[in-house]
Design a protein around this ligand. Structure first.
Ligand SMILES: Cc1ncc(COP(=O)(O)O)c(C=O)c1O
Length: 458
Protein backbone atom coordinates (compact mmCIF):
# COMPACT_ATOMS: atom_id res chain seq x y z
CA UNK A 1 0.00 0.00 0.00
CA UNK A 2 1.46 3.41 -0.94
CA UNK A 3 1.61 6.32 1.50
CA UNK A 4 -0.21 8.57 -0.91
CA UNK A 5 -3.37 9.93 0.67
CA UNK A 6 -6.04 9.54 -0.39
CA UNK A 7 -4.84 6.50 -2.31
CA UNK A 8 -5.18 6.00 -6.05
CA UNK A 9 -8.41 3.98 -6.04
CA UNK A 10 -10.12 6.38 -3.68
CA UNK A 11 -9.04 9.34 -5.82
CA UNK A 12 -10.24 7.64 -8.96
CA UNK A 13 -13.65 7.01 -7.40
CA UNK A 14 -13.89 10.62 -6.20
CA UNK A 15 -13.04 11.79 -9.70
CA UNK A 16 -15.78 9.58 -11.05
CA UNK A 17 -18.21 11.54 -8.87
CA UNK A 18 -17.24 14.96 -10.24
CA UNK A 19 -19.53 14.77 -13.30
CA UNK A 20 -22.21 12.87 -11.37
CA UNK A 21 -22.95 14.61 -8.10
CA UNK A 22 -23.87 18.05 -6.88
CA UNK A 23 -21.22 20.74 -6.83
CA UNK A 24 -19.02 18.90 -9.31
CA UNK A 25 -18.96 22.01 -11.46
CA UNK A 26 -17.13 23.95 -8.80
CA UNK A 27 -14.53 21.30 -8.05
CA UNK A 28 -11.69 23.17 -9.79
CA UNK A 29 -12.58 26.44 -8.11
CA UNK A 30 -12.64 24.80 -4.69
CA UNK A 31 -9.27 23.16 -5.33
CA UNK A 32 -7.79 26.51 -6.27
CA UNK A 33 -9.25 28.15 -3.18
CA UNK A 34 -7.82 25.38 -1.01
CA UNK A 35 -4.45 25.90 -2.69
CA UNK A 36 -4.54 29.68 -2.09
CA UNK A 37 -5.24 29.15 1.60
CA UNK A 38 -2.26 26.81 1.71
CA UNK A 39 -4.74 24.47 3.28
CA UNK A 40 -5.18 20.98 1.99
CA UNK A 41 -8.90 20.56 1.64
CA UNK A 42 -10.46 17.83 3.73
CA UNK A 43 -10.05 14.39 2.35
CA UNK A 44 -12.92 12.15 1.70
CA UNK A 45 -13.24 8.46 2.19
CA UNK A 46 -15.08 6.05 -0.02
CA UNK A 47 -15.91 3.09 2.18
CA UNK A 48 -14.96 -0.30 0.82
CA UNK A 49 -15.69 -2.32 3.92
CA UNK A 50 -17.11 -1.70 7.40
CA UNK A 51 -16.83 -3.98 10.39
CA UNK A 52 -17.18 -3.31 14.11
CA UNK A 53 -15.16 -0.24 15.12
CA UNK A 54 -13.41 0.11 11.75
CA UNK A 55 -13.89 0.99 8.11
CA UNK A 56 -11.54 0.52 5.19
CA UNK A 57 -11.23 2.76 2.15
CA UNK A 58 -10.86 1.60 -1.45
CA UNK A 59 -7.10 1.53 -1.08
CA UNK A 60 -7.23 -0.82 1.87
CA UNK A 61 -6.42 1.83 4.47
CA UNK A 62 -8.10 1.13 7.81
CA UNK A 63 -9.69 3.83 9.95
CA UNK A 64 -11.03 3.88 13.47
CA UNK A 65 -14.62 4.87 12.92
CA UNK A 66 -15.77 7.77 15.09
CA UNK A 67 -18.07 8.92 12.31
CA UNK A 68 -20.09 5.77 12.76
CA UNK A 69 -22.55 6.04 9.89
CA UNK A 70 -23.31 9.58 11.04
CA UNK A 71 -24.10 8.28 14.53
CA UNK A 72 -26.40 5.49 13.44
CA UNK A 73 -24.44 2.37 14.44
CA UNK A 74 -24.88 1.85 18.18
CA UNK A 75 -23.34 -1.63 18.00
CA UNK A 76 -20.59 -0.83 15.51
CA UNK A 77 -20.54 -1.39 11.79
CA UNK A 78 -22.51 -4.18 10.15
CA UNK A 79 -23.51 -6.07 13.27
CA UNK A 80 -24.17 -9.66 12.11
CA UNK A 81 -27.19 -10.20 14.35
CA UNK A 82 -28.95 -7.07 13.10
CA UNK A 83 -28.15 -8.04 9.53
CA UNK A 84 -29.58 -11.52 10.10
CA UNK A 85 -32.77 -10.11 11.65
CA UNK A 86 -33.23 -7.70 8.74
CA UNK A 87 -32.57 -10.45 6.23
CA UNK A 88 -35.15 -12.73 7.90
CA UNK A 89 -37.74 -9.93 7.79
CA UNK A 90 -37.04 -9.34 4.11
CA UNK A 91 -37.48 -13.00 3.36
CA UNK A 92 -40.66 -13.38 5.33
CA UNK A 93 -42.51 -10.15 4.53
CA UNK A 94 -40.83 -8.37 1.65
CA UNK A 95 -42.44 -5.01 2.11
CA UNK A 96 -45.89 -4.56 3.56
CA UNK A 97 -47.22 -1.73 5.67
CA UNK A 98 -48.89 -3.77 8.39
CA UNK A 99 -47.11 -6.72 9.98
CA UNK A 100 -46.54 -8.01 13.54
CA UNK A 101 -43.09 -6.44 13.90
CA UNK A 102 -44.49 -2.88 13.98
CA UNK A 103 -46.59 -3.80 17.01
CA UNK A 104 -43.74 -5.57 18.75
CA UNK A 105 -41.25 -2.75 18.28
CA UNK A 106 -43.75 -0.09 19.34
CA UNK A 107 -44.40 -1.97 22.59
CA UNK A 108 -40.70 -2.38 23.25
CA UNK A 109 -39.93 1.26 22.50
CA UNK A 110 -42.74 2.63 24.62
CA UNK A 111 -41.51 0.48 27.51
CA UNK A 112 -38.18 2.35 27.52
CA UNK A 113 -39.50 5.90 27.12
CA UNK A 114 -38.34 8.36 29.79
CA UNK A 115 -41.83 8.28 31.25
CA UNK A 116 -44.87 6.03 30.96
CA UNK A 117 -46.87 9.10 29.93
CA UNK A 118 -45.30 8.78 26.47
CA UNK A 119 -47.55 5.90 25.63
CA UNK A 120 -48.25 6.11 21.90
CA UNK A 121 -45.95 5.66 18.93
CA UNK A 122 -46.04 6.67 15.29
CA UNK A 123 -43.56 5.35 12.72
CA UNK A 124 -41.66 7.50 10.25
CA UNK A 125 -38.88 6.67 7.80
CA UNK A 126 -36.17 9.10 8.87
CA UNK A 127 -35.28 11.49 11.66
CA UNK A 128 -36.24 14.35 9.37
CA UNK A 129 -39.73 13.00 8.84
CA UNK A 130 -40.10 12.21 12.52
CA UNK A 131 -39.14 15.75 13.58
CA UNK A 132 -41.63 17.12 11.06
CA UNK A 133 -44.31 14.76 12.32
CA UNK A 134 -43.70 15.94 15.88
CA UNK A 135 -44.19 19.52 14.77
CA UNK A 136 -47.34 18.76 12.80
CA UNK A 137 -48.69 16.84 15.76
CA UNK A 138 -48.03 19.77 18.09
CA UNK A 139 -49.67 22.30 15.75
CA UNK A 140 -52.76 20.19 15.18
CA UNK A 141 -53.16 19.17 18.82
CA UNK A 142 -52.82 22.67 20.25
CA UNK A 143 -54.55 24.31 17.27
CA UNK A 144 -51.80 26.93 17.35
CA UNK A 145 -49.58 28.02 14.52
CA UNK A 146 -46.03 28.69 15.70
CA UNK A 147 -43.08 26.59 16.79
CA UNK A 148 -39.99 27.83 18.61
CA UNK A 149 -36.70 26.21 17.66
CA UNK A 150 -33.09 27.20 18.37
CA UNK A 151 -30.05 28.65 16.70
CA UNK A 152 -27.59 25.98 15.53
CA UNK A 153 -30.19 23.26 15.96
CA UNK A 154 -30.65 20.62 13.28
CA UNK A 155 -33.86 18.78 12.55
CA UNK A 156 -33.37 17.53 9.01
CA UNK A 157 -32.85 18.36 5.40
CA UNK A 158 -36.37 18.43 3.98
CA UNK A 159 -37.88 21.85 3.43
CA UNK A 160 -39.60 21.84 6.82
CA UNK A 161 -36.48 20.36 8.38
CA UNK A 162 -34.42 23.22 7.02
CA UNK A 163 -36.90 25.79 8.25
CA UNK A 164 -36.98 24.29 11.72
CA UNK A 165 -33.20 24.08 11.93
CA UNK A 166 -31.10 27.04 12.97
CA UNK A 167 -27.95 26.47 11.00
CA UNK A 168 -27.99 29.96 9.52
CA UNK A 169 -25.77 31.14 6.69
CA UNK A 170 -26.91 29.98 3.30
CA UNK A 171 -28.77 26.99 4.68
CA UNK A 172 -32.18 28.59 4.18
CA UNK A 173 -31.42 30.77 1.19
CA UNK A 174 -34.37 31.00 -1.21
CA UNK A 175 -36.60 29.46 1.43
CA UNK A 176 -37.04 32.80 3.19
CA UNK A 177 -40.64 33.07 2.03
CA UNK A 178 -41.48 29.72 3.62
CA UNK A 179 -40.35 30.40 7.16
CA UNK A 180 -43.64 31.79 8.46
CA UNK A 181 -44.35 29.45 11.35
CA UNK A 182 -40.92 29.05 12.90
CA UNK A 183 -39.43 31.40 15.48
CA UNK A 184 -35.77 30.82 16.20
CA UNK A 185 -34.50 31.62 19.64
CA UNK A 186 -30.90 31.87 20.87
CA UNK A 187 -29.33 28.78 22.38
CA UNK A 188 -27.02 29.38 25.35
CA UNK A 189 -23.69 28.15 24.01
CA UNK A 190 -21.28 27.72 26.86
CA UNK A 191 -18.31 28.68 24.67
CA UNK A 192 -18.65 32.37 24.02
CA UNK A 193 -20.96 34.46 26.12
CA UNK A 194 -22.13 37.86 24.83
CA UNK A 195 -21.36 41.02 26.81
CA UNK A 196 -19.17 39.13 29.24
CA UNK A 197 -22.19 37.42 30.70
CA UNK A 198 -21.69 34.45 32.98
CA UNK A 199 -23.15 31.19 31.72
CA UNK A 200 -25.99 31.51 34.25
CA UNK A 201 -26.81 35.02 33.03
CA UNK A 202 -26.78 33.86 29.43
CA UNK A 203 -29.17 31.00 30.21
CA UNK A 204 -31.42 33.49 32.03
CA UNK A 205 -31.33 35.75 28.99
CA UNK A 206 -32.27 32.89 26.63
CA UNK A 207 -35.19 31.88 28.86
CA UNK A 208 -36.26 35.54 29.14
CA UNK A 209 -36.18 35.71 25.34
CA UNK A 210 -38.56 32.76 25.12
CA UNK A 211 -40.97 33.98 27.73
CA UNK A 212 -40.88 37.73 27.07
CA UNK A 213 -39.25 38.78 23.87
CA UNK A 214 -41.05 36.31 21.61
CA UNK A 215 -44.57 36.87 22.99
CA UNK A 216 -44.04 40.64 23.22
CA UNK A 217 -42.38 41.14 19.85
CA UNK A 218 -43.38 38.34 17.51
CA UNK A 219 -46.34 36.13 18.33
CA UNK A 220 -48.91 36.02 21.14
CA UNK A 221 -48.04 33.26 23.57
CA UNK A 222 -51.36 31.52 22.99
CA UNK A 223 -50.48 31.02 19.35
CA UNK A 224 -47.27 29.10 20.11
CA UNK A 225 -47.70 25.34 19.92
CA UNK A 226 -44.36 23.98 21.07
CA UNK A 227 -40.68 24.38 21.74
CA UNK A 228 -38.57 21.99 19.69
CA UNK A 229 -35.27 21.33 21.43
CA UNK A 230 -32.36 18.94 21.20
CA UNK A 231 -31.11 17.92 24.64
CA UNK A 232 -27.57 18.17 23.24
CA UNK A 233 -27.21 20.29 20.13
CA UNK A 234 -25.83 17.51 17.99
CA UNK A 235 -25.23 18.60 14.39
CA UNK A 236 -24.75 22.13 15.66
CA UNK A 237 -21.51 21.04 17.36
CA UNK A 238 -22.36 18.60 20.18
CA UNK A 239 -23.24 21.30 22.69
CA UNK A 240 -24.42 20.16 26.08
CA UNK A 241 -27.10 22.47 27.51
CA UNK A 242 -27.25 23.26 31.22
CA UNK A 243 -29.93 21.86 33.51
CA UNK A 244 -31.21 25.37 34.16
CA UNK A 245 -31.88 25.83 30.45
CA UNK A 246 -33.66 22.53 29.78
CA UNK A 247 -35.62 22.64 33.03
CA UNK A 248 -36.42 26.28 32.31
CA UNK A 249 -37.89 25.29 28.95
CA UNK A 250 -40.09 22.67 30.61
CA UNK A 251 -41.29 25.25 33.15
CA UNK A 252 -42.11 27.76 30.39
CA UNK A 253 -43.98 25.11 28.43
CA UNK A 254 -46.05 24.27 31.51
CA UNK A 255 -46.72 27.92 32.23
CA UNK A 256 -47.76 28.81 28.69
CA UNK A 257 -49.49 25.66 27.53
CA UNK A 258 -46.71 24.99 25.03
CA UNK A 259 -45.68 21.41 24.25
CA UNK A 260 -42.07 20.38 24.73
CA UNK A 261 -40.67 18.31 21.88
CA UNK A 262 -37.37 16.59 22.59
CA UNK A 263 -35.62 15.77 19.33
CA UNK A 264 -33.59 12.73 20.33
CA UNK A 265 -32.68 11.55 16.85
CA UNK A 266 -29.02 11.87 17.74
CA UNK A 267 -28.97 12.17 21.54
CA UNK A 268 -31.39 9.29 22.04
CA UNK A 269 -30.90 5.60 22.57
CA UNK A 270 -27.86 5.71 24.77
CA UNK A 271 -25.63 8.19 22.95
CA UNK A 272 -25.24 10.39 26.03
CA UNK A 273 -24.87 7.55 28.53
CA UNK A 274 -28.56 7.54 29.41
CA UNK A 275 -31.25 6.01 27.21
CA UNK A 276 -32.56 9.49 26.37
CA UNK A 277 -30.66 12.77 26.47
CA UNK A 278 -33.58 14.43 28.26
CA UNK A 279 -33.09 12.08 31.23
CA UNK A 280 -30.03 14.09 32.26
CA UNK A 281 -32.40 16.91 33.12
CA UNK A 282 -35.14 15.18 35.11
CA UNK A 283 -37.95 16.48 32.92
CA UNK A 284 -40.36 14.68 30.60
CA UNK A 285 -41.17 15.99 27.12
CA UNK A 286 -44.65 15.81 25.63
CA UNK A 287 -43.35 14.42 22.35
CA UNK A 288 -40.07 12.57 21.78
CA UNK A 289 -38.44 12.09 18.38
CA UNK A 290 -36.31 8.98 17.72
CA UNK A 291 -34.27 7.78 14.72
CA UNK A 292 -30.64 6.94 13.84
CA UNK A 293 -29.56 4.35 16.48
CA UNK A 294 -32.92 2.63 16.21
CA UNK A 295 -31.80 1.36 12.82
CA UNK A 296 -29.05 -0.72 14.44
CA UNK A 297 -26.89 0.77 11.72
CA UNK A 298 -28.57 -1.40 9.12
CA UNK A 299 -32.10 -0.41 8.17
CA UNK A 300 -33.84 2.98 8.61
CA UNK A 301 -36.49 3.21 11.28
CA UNK A 302 -37.72 6.32 13.09
CA UNK A 303 -40.77 7.75 14.78
CA UNK A 304 -42.32 9.80 17.53
CA UNK A 305 -43.68 8.91 20.93
CA UNK A 306 -46.26 11.16 22.55
CA UNK A 307 -48.68 11.41 25.41
CA UNK A 308 -51.92 9.51 25.00
CA UNK A 309 -54.19 12.51 24.57
CA UNK A 310 -51.88 14.14 22.02
CA UNK A 311 -51.53 11.20 19.65
CA UNK A 312 -54.55 9.15 20.65
CA UNK A 313 -57.31 11.14 19.02
CA UNK A 314 -56.20 13.78 16.56
CA UNK A 315 -57.82 13.66 13.14
CA UNK A 316 -56.00 16.75 11.92
CA UNK A 317 -52.59 15.11 12.31
CA UNK A 318 -51.68 13.14 9.24
CA UNK A 319 -48.69 10.92 8.73
CA UNK A 320 -47.88 7.78 6.82
CA UNK A 321 -45.03 7.55 4.39
CA UNK A 322 -45.14 4.36 2.36
CA UNK A 323 -41.97 3.07 3.98
CA UNK A 324 -42.67 4.11 7.57
CA UNK A 325 -42.21 1.11 9.86
CA UNK A 326 -41.06 -1.39 7.25
CA UNK A 327 -40.73 -5.03 8.36
CA UNK A 328 -36.97 -4.79 7.91
CA UNK A 329 -36.71 -1.48 9.81
CA UNK A 330 -38.78 -2.83 12.69
CA UNK A 331 -36.76 -6.06 12.73
CA UNK A 332 -33.60 -3.96 12.98
CA UNK A 333 -35.12 -1.98 15.86
CA UNK A 334 -36.25 -5.07 17.76
CA UNK A 335 -32.88 -6.78 17.45
CA UNK A 336 -31.08 -3.55 18.34
CA UNK A 337 -33.11 -3.14 21.53
CA UNK A 338 -32.35 -6.75 22.43
CA UNK A 339 -28.64 -5.98 22.00
CA UNK A 340 -28.99 -2.86 24.15
CA UNK A 341 -30.19 -5.06 26.97
CA UNK A 342 -27.80 -7.94 26.46
CA UNK A 343 -24.70 -5.78 26.01
CA UNK A 344 -25.70 -3.12 28.57
CA UNK A 345 -25.08 -0.54 25.89
CA UNK A 346 -26.30 2.48 27.81
CA UNK A 347 -24.04 1.76 30.79
CA UNK A 348 -21.24 1.02 28.34
CA UNK A 349 -21.68 4.43 26.69
CA UNK A 350 -21.62 6.14 30.08
CA UNK A 351 -18.44 4.32 31.14
CA UNK A 352 -16.62 4.86 27.84
CA UNK A 353 -17.81 8.46 27.79
CA UNK A 354 -16.15 9.06 31.17
CA UNK A 355 -12.90 7.59 29.85
CA UNK A 356 -13.09 9.76 26.73
CA UNK A 357 -13.82 12.93 28.68
CA UNK A 358 -10.90 12.20 30.99
CA UNK A 359 -8.56 11.69 28.01
CA UNK A 360 -9.77 14.89 26.35
CA UNK A 361 -9.76 17.00 29.49
CA UNK A 362 -6.32 18.52 28.89
CA UNK A 363 -6.91 19.58 25.29
CA UNK A 364 -8.09 23.09 26.08
CA UNK A 365 -4.42 23.87 26.83
CA UNK A 366 -3.83 24.17 23.05
CA UNK A 367 -4.28 27.62 21.58
CA UNK A 368 -6.33 26.35 18.64
CA UNK A 369 -8.86 24.59 20.89
CA UNK A 370 -11.79 26.62 22.15
CA UNK A 371 -13.74 24.00 24.03
CA UNK A 372 -13.86 20.27 24.70
CA UNK A 373 -17.35 18.86 25.17
CA UNK A 374 -18.71 15.49 26.16
CA UNK A 375 -21.83 13.82 27.45
CA UNK A 376 -21.49 10.06 27.29
CA UNK A 377 -20.26 9.31 23.78
CA UNK A 378 -21.54 12.59 22.34
CA UNK A 379 -18.04 14.06 22.01
CA UNK A 380 -16.89 17.28 20.42
CA UNK A 381 -13.99 19.70 20.25
CA UNK A 382 -14.39 23.21 18.89
CA UNK A 383 -11.54 25.18 17.31
CA UNK A 384 -10.64 28.74 16.34
CA UNK A 385 -12.49 28.34 13.04
CA UNK A 386 -13.63 25.71 10.57
CA UNK A 387 -10.40 25.76 8.58
CA UNK A 388 -8.43 24.74 11.66
CA UNK A 389 -11.06 22.11 12.46
CA UNK A 390 -10.66 20.74 8.95
CA UNK A 391 -6.88 20.72 9.27
CA UNK A 392 -7.11 18.66 12.46
CA UNK A 393 -9.65 16.32 10.92
CA UNK A 394 -7.38 15.99 7.93
CA UNK A 395 -4.45 14.97 10.13
CA UNK A 396 -6.69 12.51 11.92
CA UNK A 397 -7.75 10.96 8.63
CA UNK A 398 -4.20 10.61 7.44
CA UNK A 399 -3.38 8.79 10.65
CA UNK A 400 -6.36 6.52 10.52
CA UNK A 401 -9.24 8.10 12.46
CA UNK A 402 -12.48 9.15 10.83
CA UNK A 403 -14.57 11.83 12.55
CA UNK A 404 -17.03 14.52 11.45
CA UNK A 405 -16.26 18.14 10.64
CA UNK A 406 -18.88 19.38 8.26
CA UNK A 407 -17.79 22.94 7.46
CA UNK A 408 -18.13 23.82 11.12
CA UNK A 409 -15.61 24.94 13.69
CA UNK A 410 -15.91 21.66 15.58
CA UNK A 411 -14.94 18.04 15.18
CA UNK A 412 -17.58 15.64 16.40
CA UNK A 413 -17.14 12.03 17.37
CA UNK A 414 -19.82 9.36 17.72
CA UNK A 415 -18.11 6.06 18.50
CA UNK A 416 -20.26 2.94 18.76
CA UNK A 417 -21.73 2.56 22.24
CA UNK A 418 -19.75 -0.65 22.70
CA UNK A 419 -16.54 0.59 21.06
CA UNK A 420 -13.58 -1.40 22.27
CA UNK A 421 -11.90 0.62 25.02
CA UNK A 422 -8.44 0.18 23.50
CA UNK A 423 -9.72 1.41 20.12
CA UNK A 424 -11.34 4.43 21.75
CA UNK A 425 -8.10 5.25 23.54
CA UNK A 426 -6.05 4.78 20.36
CA UNK A 427 -8.40 6.98 18.31
CA UNK A 428 -8.32 9.75 20.87
CA UNK A 429 -4.52 9.51 21.16
CA UNK A 430 -4.30 10.01 17.38
CA UNK A 431 -6.68 12.95 17.64
CA UNK A 432 -4.59 14.45 20.44
CA UNK A 433 -1.49 14.19 18.26
CA UNK A 434 -3.34 15.79 15.37
CA UNK A 435 -4.36 18.73 17.56
CA UNK A 436 -0.82 19.10 18.89
CA UNK A 437 0.56 18.98 15.35
CA UNK A 438 -1.77 21.64 13.94
CA UNK A 439 -1.25 23.77 17.04
CA UNK A 440 2.52 23.66 16.50
CA UNK A 441 2.71 23.80 12.72
CA UNK A 442 -0.39 25.73 11.77
CA UNK A 443 -3.11 24.66 9.43
CA UNK A 444 -0.84 24.36 6.41
CA UNK A 445 -0.09 20.73 7.06
CA UNK A 446 -0.37 17.63 4.95
CA UNK A 447 1.72 16.18 2.22
CA UNK A 448 -0.43 16.17 -0.88
CA UNK A 449 -3.33 18.17 -2.24
CA UNK A 450 -6.56 16.80 -0.95
CA UNK A 451 -10.12 16.76 -2.06
CA UNK A 452 -12.97 19.02 -1.21
CA UNK A 453 -15.83 17.06 0.26
CA UNK A 454 -17.40 16.62 -3.16
CA UNK A 455 -20.15 14.14 -2.38
CA UNK A 456 -21.36 16.10 0.60
CA UNK A 457 -21.09 19.43 -1.23
CA UNK A 458 -17.91 21.35 -0.50
C1 LIG B 1 -31.48 16.09 16.14
C2 LIG B 1 -31.72 15.60 14.74
N1 LIG B 1 -32.96 15.62 14.24
C3 LIG B 1 -33.23 15.18 13.00
C4 LIG B 1 -32.21 14.72 12.18
C5 LIG B 1 -32.52 14.22 10.80
O1 LIG B 1 -32.43 12.83 10.76
P1 LIG B 1 -32.23 12.05 9.37
O2 LIG B 1 -30.96 12.51 8.80
O3 LIG B 1 -32.27 10.60 9.75
O4 LIG B 1 -33.40 12.40 8.52
C6 LIG B 1 -30.90 14.67 12.67
C7 LIG B 1 -29.81 14.19 11.80
O5 LIG B 1 -28.66 14.33 12.07
C8 LIG B 1 -30.64 15.13 13.98
O6 LIG B 1 -29.40 15.12 14.48
Amino acid sequence: MSNEFPGKKTRAMLERGIPLFRNGLKFDVEMQKAGRRGFRAARQIVVDKAEGDFIWDLDGKRYIDFQNGWATNPVGNAHPEVIAAVHAAHQRYGFHYDHPLRYELAEKLLAIMPDKALSRFNYEVSGTEAAEAAVHLALTYTKRRYIISFSSSYHGNSIAGKLLSGLGGSYNRYLEAWTGGVIRAPYPYSESMPANMSEEQYVDYCLWYLDNHIPNSFVPRDNIAAILVEPGLAEGGNWIPSSDFVQGIRALCDKNGWLMISDEVLTGMGRTGKMWGIEHYGVVPDILVVGKNLSGGIEPCAGIAARDEILGDNDAFSSGSTFAGTPAGCAAGIKTLELYERLNLVESAARLGRIASELMSSWEQYGIVRQVRGNGLLLGVSFEDWIVARAVRDQMLQHGVWAISDREDAIRMYPALNVDEAVLREGLAIMHNAIRHVDEHGQNVGDSPGWPTGGAGF
